[in-house]
Design a protein. Structure first.
Lengths: 126, 126
DNA sequence: TATTGCCTTGACGTTGGTGTCACGGCATAA
DNA sequence: TTATGCCGTGACACCAACGTCAAGGCAATA
């Protein structure tokens, strides 16, 4: 499978696949012309990468998951290294959630205040 | 008040204040040497900006709040334009929160799965 | 043979809020 | 006079995951 086909099948771009390879996540052999050749298994790898990116992982964090898949596991997250990253990320996401809830409440309060203010002014003038 | 003093009092840097000015948020007059002179009121403006930045607002979004303060209001969020931005940002934050909750659940599920997997394997081998 | 289409590498652009450096002016103190 | 310290502008560096353009090679097709 050439890079264009893998990109299309994985729903991404050739540029992206080269980027992943550059960062040691995706592997390819080369044909006589120097074109990248991909194993069918790479499709799953790319799928795993994109799924994890969607969850907010950085490429560096994704490496253990890919290694886990390559080791023959049915899923990328069942290996110890992956679990460690999962734990860290879960804690991180929880932190962001807490912080974001605080922000949300602040926004909500300010909005309520502003509306209250406007209501009072309206009662005075109307 | 010169830029260094305002920066210290506002808990930020001179570089940052120049950046805010460049983006039309902070105002300064100039003395004979060309140095920026700040009104005491600018301290509150800078405080407002930093508070909003902490809440995830972009500098462009903050402009109406500053204008509101300059118009003599006790708070930057009581003007219609500010309220509009507040509403938009609140919706945006709610969206991010929803998305982040989904991500969190996914992480949690994967983690639980991995631990389950390990437990089973341990029961088999131990 | 010229075109089309896929591939290659390399390198710069994007977003936003700064840090940091370069280079220079002005003023006060030693 | 020189050192110190504040200020000025301008411009590059950073992070991250790419998009996009340039310039070229190789192969099949018309």
């Amino acid at each position: 499978m050439l890079i264009g086909e893998l990109a299309a099948r994985a729903g991404t771009s050739a540029r992206t696949l080269r980027y992943y390879e550059q960062h040691g996540l995706v592997r390819a052999s080369r044909d006589a012309r120097g074109y990248r050749c991909y194993d069918d298994a790479e499709l799953r790898v790319v799928g795993e990468i994109r799924s994890l990116l969607d969850s907010g992982f950085a490429l560096d964090d994704i490496r253990p998951f890919v290694a886990c898949l390559r080791a023959g596991n049915e899923a990328g997250h069942v290996c110890p290294d992956s679990v460690a990253v999962l734990r860290r990320k879960l804690a991180e996401v929880d932190g962001v959630l807490d912080q974001l809830h605080v922000v949300r409440d602040r926004l909500h309060t300010q909005l309520a205040e502003a509306i209250e203010e406007r209501t009072i002014r309206c009662q005075m003038t109307c």
